[in-house]
Design a protein around this ligand. Structure first.
Ligand code: FE2
Length: 364
């Protein structure tokens, strides 16, 4: 943390509240809102630029319309849209079961089910999945995606380090969810007797190999331990909220991994105190690239944010409320959007698969 706390010129003594007349907040934030902060009070929204020249920009793409190989080719793997040394973000339209089992020997995987249902068959047993499920698969656990629907959309976050849970500290054990709601697989003892040949595709340092077995490799009859694949549904997440202030994104962290936070925003009451800002301030999250998937909304018809949209805000890039929050006559009663954020420390490289669909974010 910094060694001084200075206050110069026209300010509010309470950030995100009692905003001085005619000013717009610009929150400068280190360490993803958990570190040093400075609130700048500007005469104009910091995002009100007329144009950007060069590659530094806030972009958006619609993952619904992407032409992904695994929609038609069952052997294809999810398409990587962006990556750094710690994290890769991929999307999948898989419409048929994997014709093989798969093992990611490079790290953990988190699969979010935006659309579709089916079964994730794993070494530990099957996990049924449906919309709004997070499926977490630890490194090198073998699994097979078996969708039972054909119109599917999965977001896949691959991390080189283990995916865990943020410290809960003073919030205690039941926020944002009780660990009791996590579901781990039951072994399926009926499997393993069929004859034939089974393929396990292993991905390691980005290269694929295949291991062949004369029996179904999902033949585990029991397991115990402190690590396993698991399922968490967003309906089981009970986000914190405050009547008098906007909670920063780090307060919505669901998972963490080295170099990465994975946050879930779910609908909640909007702050109602008249002196508080009811939207996040314009901000620069200067130590994190922010990747945001729109998961849906309580009022889908009214929102400009369609599920499946993917926003990318590079570290140091201003962003924030996309409508002028101060022109609205009344504050809304609820924050109605479901969002998944992947915030990463090292700058992301955007792949051609993302760039082909990316456009500049529109400011209104
Ligand atoms: Fe942000």
């Amino acid at each position: 943390m910094g060694v001084f706390r200075e206050s110069k010129g026209v300010v509010s003594r309470q950030g995100q509240a009692q905003r001085p007349e005619g000013t717009y907040e610009d929150q400068y934030s280190r360490h993803g809102f958990a570190g040093d902060q400075a609130m700048l009070y500007r005469r104009h929204p910091a995002t009100a630029w007329t144009r950007i020249e060069g590659p530094f920009r806030n972009t958006v793409a619609d993952t619904n319309v992407m032409d992904l190989p695994d929609r038609t080719d069952p052997r294809a793997l999810p398409t990587v849209l962006m990556f750094n040394e710690d994290v890769a973000v991929a999307v999948s339209h898989r419409s048929e079961p994997m014709p093989f089992h798969y093992r990611n020997a490079d790290g953990d995987e988190l699969i979010f089910v935006q659309r579709g249902r089916g079964v994730l068959r794993t070494d530990f047993g099957p996990l049924r999945f449906g919309e709004g499920d997070y499926l977490v698969v630890p490194k090198a656990v073998t699994y097979r995606m078996v969708p039972e629907t054909t119109d599917n959309l999965f977001y896949v976050v691959r991390t080189t380090g283990p995916i865990g849970f943020p410290e809960r500290g003073v919030l205690g054990q039941y926020v944002p969810f009780d660990f009791g709601v996590l579901e781990t697989p039951e072994p399926d003892p009926a499997r393993g007797d069929e004859s034939g040949e089974w393929e396990v595709v292993v991905e390691q340092t980005g290269r694929l190999s295949s291991i062949f077995y004369p029996f179904d490799p999902m033949d585990v009859v029991g397991w115990q331990g402190t690590v396993a694949p698991f399922r968490l549904n967003i309906r089981d997440i009970r986000s914190i909220s405050a009547e008098r202030l906007d909670i920063p994104p780090s307060g919505y962290a669901t998972f963490d991994a080295p170099g990465c936070w994975i946050c879930t925003f779910t609908p909640r009451p909007m702050q109602s105190d008249p002196d508080s800002s009811f939207v996040p301030p314009y901000h620069r999250n200067v130590d994190y690239d922010e990747v945001s998937f729109i998961l849906g909304s309580e009022d889908e018809g009214a929102t400009a944010h369609r599920s499946g949209l993917l926003y990318v805000n590079p570290q140091g890039a201003h962003h924030g409320p996309d409508a002028n929050p101060f022109s609205q006559p009344e504050r809304p009663a609820r924050f109605t959007t479901y969002l998944l954020n992947v915030d990463v420390v090292r700058p992301l490289t955007l792949t051609a698969a993302y760039e082909a669909y990316a456009t500049d974010q529109q400011r209104r």
